[in-house]
Design a protein around this ligand. Structure first.
Ligand SMILES: *Cc1c(COP(=O)(O)O)cnc(C)c1O
Length: 383
């Protein structure tokens, strides 16, 4: 059996059409989009087309609401730091959750440490959900920004963003969501969700690495986090990564085509995988919810075993998955997300995240389950 890649939440391969679309932009259409000469104008037009495609993916009305960044991490940094700095005269309190990606958590930490903001981290329930009432209860007069991820990258919990954003709207507070995990897995509509800021990363939906975007609703002020020229309507300095932006635009077009069908396929593969796991293994636990779960995410604990050993053995069989816990070079420390959902140690240290992609098949899942049976049996016999 060839390599089986089940780590799409970490990154996805660039689609063939994406690579093709990018090619001319290395050495044919290479002018700086900021240059006013003819080749520059051609480059600028391509950049604006890409922006249009990204806007369409998320239902943004105006392409100028899209700011290209160097990825999801930078989009989160710009959203958090940019909005906090631009609104600090109104207040210095930010609400987020304890299960965010580190790009959000560390941006908050930075604002707290260096700029005197106060951060409230909302907890989550055992399935990873934030409670809208709890958000309401934590709003203060000086709350200026709320940031809640659209779906969790480790356990797949889809947050009730519409409800949470409504709470923010009622209180006239800016709402940001890290939507990096949902592109290609859920339909995104920034106006239906009613969010002000939304982060995306191209390499999570078959686009190139090193490019992302932040949706910035018209009227929302941001202090740029990279100083320099007036690119991206003065919100992100630096010569645009035109090639990558074109790739992201193409990936956005491809992923929105027949999205419902793709989602249905992912969901049925996920169902199949989960059923197979539960019919073949005892003492396992699905982390995260069964409903309101990302269609690609299967995070499963094998009681009392060690995630690292399981992953190592899977890898020996050419199967790539990830730890539900963050492995810091050999030492397994339980991730902040698994801690927050209150997972007991015997389950937390054995959590393995499989994340599906559009190209995975049932046959691959069968093979993985069969290999897992051998691996788990052997690991148990060694205990
Ligand atoms: C991958 C990811 C990011 C970071 O995106 P990069 O483009 O890799 O910087 C941010 N948030 C979430 C939820 C992610 O899954």
């Amino acid at each position: 059996m060839k390599n089986i890649y089940l780590d799409h939440a970490a990154t996805t391969p660039a689609a063939e059409e994406v690579i093709e679309a990018m090619k001319p932009f290395y050495n044919e259409i290479y002018a700086n989009p900021a240059s006013s000469h003819f080749p520059g104008q051609k480059a600028a037009a391509a950049l604006e087309d890409a922006r249009e495609s990204v806007a369409e993916l998320i239902g943004a009305k105006k392409a100028e609401e899209i700011v290209f960044t160097a990825g999801g991490t930078e989009a989160d940094n710009l959203a958090l730091k940019g909005a906090a700095m631009a609104n600090s005269e109104e207040g210095k309190h930010i609400i987020t959750t304890a299960v965010e990606h580190h790009a959000v958590l560390k941006s908050c930490e930075y604002l707290e440490k260096h700029l005197g903001f106060e951060i409230t981290q909302l907890g989550v329930d055992q399935e990873g959900f934030v409670n809208p009432q709890e958000l309401k209860d934590n709003i203060r007069n000086d709350t200026i920004l709320i940031s809640v991820m659209a779906a969790n990258n480790e356990i797949g919990t889809i947050q009730p963003i519409k409800e949470l954003a409504a709470v923010a709207r009622e209180n006239n507070i800016i709402f940001h969501t890290d939507a990096v995990q949902i592109a290609g897995q859920l339909k995104i509509d920034v106006n239906d969700m009613n969010v002000d800021l939304l982060s995306l990363s191209a390499h999570k939906f078959n686009g190139p690495k090193g490019i992302g975007a932040l949706f910035v609703r018209k009227g929302i002020e941001l202090v740029p986090q990279i100083s320099g020229g007036s690119q991206e309507r003065k919100r992100r300095a630096g010569t645009a990564n035109l090639t990558a932006a074109v790739g992201m635009g193409k990936a956005a077009e491809i992923v929105s085509t027949n999205l419902d069908k793709k989602i249905t396929k992912l969901c049925s593969l996920q169902d199949y995988f989960i059923k197979e796991l539960f019919s073949n293994f005892d003492e396992i636990k699905l982390n995260g919810p069964r409903e309101q779960r990302l269609p690609a995410n299967v995070n499963i604990s094998f009681k009392n075993l060690d995630a690292e050993s399981i992953l190592f053995n899977l890898s020996l069989n050419n199967i790539a998955a990830a730890a539900g816990s963050a492995c810091a070079s050999g030492s397994l420390s339980v991730s902040h997300v698994l801690k927050e959902i209150g997972l007991k140690k015997e389950y937390a240290k054995s959590a393995v995240r499989f994340s599906l992609g559009f190209s995975n098949t049932k046959e691959e899942i069968d093979y993985v389950v069969q290999k897992l049976k051998e691996i788990i049996e052997r690991l148990k016999s060694l205990q």
